[in-house]
Design a binder for this molecule. Sequence first.
Ligand code: UT7
Length: 338
Amino acid sequence: MSDSPAAGPPTLRAVRVAGTGSYLPEKVLTNHDLERMVETSDEWIATRTGIRERRVAAEGELTSHMAAKAAEKALEQAGLAPEDVQLIIVGTITPDTITPATACYVQQHLGATRSVAFDVSAACSGFLYALELARHSIATGAFQNALIIGAEKLSAFVNWTDRNTCVLFGDGAGAAVLLPSENGHGKVLSSHLGTDGAQAELLNIPGGGAACPITIDNVDQKLATLAMQGREVFKHAVNAMRRAAEVAIEKAGLTTDDINLVIPHQANLRIIDAIAERLGVGKDRVFVNLDKYGNTSAAAVAIALDEANRSGRLHSGDHLLLVAFGAGLTWASAVIEW
Ligand code: UT7
């Protein structure tokens, strides 16, 4: 008989966010600029969404370029050299190419030659899906660190003649470095992911894939651009994010009162306000930056986390609730002890 202990479930290591970074393209597109492009008004956009302006990437500036710039800042803050990165996961729905993954280009831009790199396609929940995958990869000991990124060049997939959608979206990237938590302080406490593929039609890019290739006959229909049933998505967003938030808080063994800052997906201020109200969280505990950037899909929570971090709003021991919702439908939440 062997003296070695019986093989039980593996001991999982706690995982912390060791650094964050973000990048926004220089070009600002204001609501007033949009007034000159489609039948809309600054007043409509601001009151219906809270958005005042958004960033638009330059022509040759791709999702992978923005992702790498955000990643460099996160790596610098974490004190991790690119060549020591083991895992890169990019959440995006606006990849540079259908294949290979945008994460492969990011690896190349960073010189992170020893990493494994791949994308997750979970729309606005992409960064939190990446967080969950990377956290477990480190927790099990399979990887010693991870670089997670949410990055989008949505301007390349927006129908600039459709006022229902073109006023909503923006470009940008956010990143975080995950490491094992050594001293017990600073760790991801819980997370929750969900998907409802039955609602896939509510928000999608119908063309450009194998189901509907762009041909000379349909090119005028702009099928390779975002299409959304806004009101329906709105209702699902409020309900799913509220539920996801409650599950993550409960799994963390906390109550809403213990949450110092909520960092929600930045799609619509009315959605954010509705969730905060239903959770019973005051506006002073909710991070909002969609007025400056619009909806940057997978990048939104990542950019907001970095801005909250770098503006001094996060203190050691704080409890953060990250929560997102997007096409799929997908939703995700995480509670982090900072
Ligand atoms: O990030 C992934 C998740 N996405 C979301 O969470 C987005 C969820 N949805 C929303 O945020 C909102 O539904 C929108 C901002 C997209 C739209 O706001 P809404 O209050 O639901 O407006 P609506 O779509 O019901 O449209 C109301 C009216 C319509 O006119 P009629 O039919 O009442 O005459 C639209 O044609 O507003 C009109 N409209 C506009 N008017 C001026 C729609 N877009 C515009 C516009 N400017 N840009």
